[in-house]
Design a protein around this ligand. Sequence first.
Ligand code: SAH
Ligand code: SF4
Ligand code: F3S
Length: 482
Amino acid sequence: MLNQINLTEIDTSQAPPEEETKRQYYFIAKCRESVAKLQKEAGRPLTFHVQTFGCQMNARDSEKLVAILEEIGYQQTEEEIADFVLYNTCTVRENANQKVYGHLGYLKGEKKKNPYMMIGLCGCMMQETKVVEKIRESYSFVDLVFGTHNIFKFAELLYSRLQSSSMIIDIWDGTEQIVENLPSERKFPFKTGVNIMYGCNNFCSYCIVPYVRGRERSREPKAILREVEQLVKDGVVEVMLLGQNVNSYGKTLPTPMTFAQLLREVEQVEGLKRIRFMTSHPKDLSDELIEVMASSKKICKHFHLPLQSGSSRLLQDMNRHDTKEQYLALVEKLRTAMPDLSITTDIIVGYPGETEEDFEETMDVVRKVEYDSAFTFVYSQRSGTPAAKMEQVPEEVVKERFNRLLTEVNEISKRRTGRLEGTVQEVLVESINAQDASFVTGRLENSTQVHFKGTEEEIGTFRKVYLKEAKGFYYLGEEVAE
Ligand code: SAH
Ligand code: SF4
Ligand code: F3S
C-alpha cells in the first residue's frame, strides 16, 4: 500500500486540517476510532464488501476505496452481505443501472437483520439527478451516496454518516481538484491501473460519460511517474495507464506534453515490465504514438481502438470526428509498424437512424480489420445525451443485427486468437486456475489467457510457455525451461 501518512501520528482531538490529503487521513483516523468502538460493541470484527460495475476507471477507484476501508479497520470479505456494502456504479448503459437496483432490493431485507450494516453508493450513476431522487424516495435504507468528483472525500463522508443516523448525500457537479497520495490497494499485487487523466471532453452523441465524469483533466507527469515508481518498488510489473481518451493526454497541462512523450518516460521506470493503456480515440492517434509503441520493449503490442460504427455517416452523427476510411487507414498504419499487433474494439449496434447499409459498413470493417476481440453493445438511450432524443431503431431489428455481428466477431476472434498456437510466448501468471488447482492462469502480451500446469509461487512472475492448443478464446500451454 502506498501509505504516505502514519495514522497513529494524527491528533484527532484537533480540528481537521485544510490540505486535502492530510484532511482525508485525519478522517480515516476518526472513522477508525468510531469503527473500533462499534466492533467492541458488536463483539466481532466488522466486514466490508466493495462491488464494482463498469470500466477500468471504476475498478481503479474501487482499489482506492478498498484501501480506505481497510485503513479504517473494516475487514474485506468476498461475501456480498457485509457490515459495509459499497457499490461503485456505472451508467454507460441502462442494464448497468438495473443491476444496481436489483442488488439494492436484495440488500434491503438483509439490512433489517443486521444493526451494524451500512450501504454506500458511489460512481457514475450517482451523478444523475433522477437516480439520486429515486434512491432518496425508494431506497431510503441506503446510508451514503456520493459521486465521481468527490470520491477523495470518502473517509470524510463516511465519518459524517457514522456521526448521524440519516442518509448522507453529497454530489458535486464537477471539480478541478486532483487529490494525490491517498491510500491505495491493489486487487493483484503485480499489476494495476494508473490514472493519467480524468473526465472526457468528446461528447460522443450517445455517451453519458462526459456528463458524469466531468471535463478532461490530466495529471502532472511527475505525479504519474512517482506513482509508477512506487508501485514498481512495491512489486508491480504491469501498469495500465487509464483515461477516457489517453491520446489527448497532456493538452491542458501548464506545460503541455503528448501521450507518446509520457509513454517514453514511463518506459524508463526500471523494473517495470509491461505497459498497457486504455482507451485510445482514433481521432487523436498520432504517428508519434505509433513510433513510440513500435520501438518500445515494454508497451504491449495490443491496441484497443473503438470503432463504434463502420458507417462514416453515423460516425459523423456520433460526433466521433473520423470516417470509415480514416479508421481503416489507421489500422493499416498500425499493422505496418507492428505486424504482430492485436487490435480490439468497441462497437455499438442500433444507434438511432442506423440502416441496414450502415450496419453492413460496420460488418465490412469487422471483416477487414479482423479484430482479436470486440466488445459489442446494443445502443442504450441515455437521458441528456443528444442521441436519446432521436428516432430509435426497432428492438427486433437491433437484436437481429447484434446476433449477426456477434457471430462474425466470434468467428474471426477464434481464428485470430489461434494464430499463436505452436509458438512459445511469455505469460504473466495471474492466479491459480479456477477449475483445476494444479493449473495456473496467466496472460499473453495481447491479453489472451493461457492455462498451464503451475503453482502458486509463480503468480506475478513471467513464464515461457509453449502454446500447445488454441481453445477458441484461450490457450492450453506447457511451461518450457528457461
Ligand atoms: N472513452 C472510451 C469509451 C468509454 S465507454 C472511448 O471513447 O472509446 C465504453 C464503450 O461503451 C464505448 O466505446 C461504447 O462502445 C460503449 N457505449 C457508450 N455509450 C453507449 C450507449 N449509450 N449505448 C451502448 N454502448 C455505449
Ligand atoms: Fe464517451 Fe466518446 Fe468520451 Fe469515450 S470519447 S467516454 S465514447 S464521450
Ligand atoms: Fe461506466 Fe463511468 Fe466507466 S459510466 S464505463 S464506470 S466512466
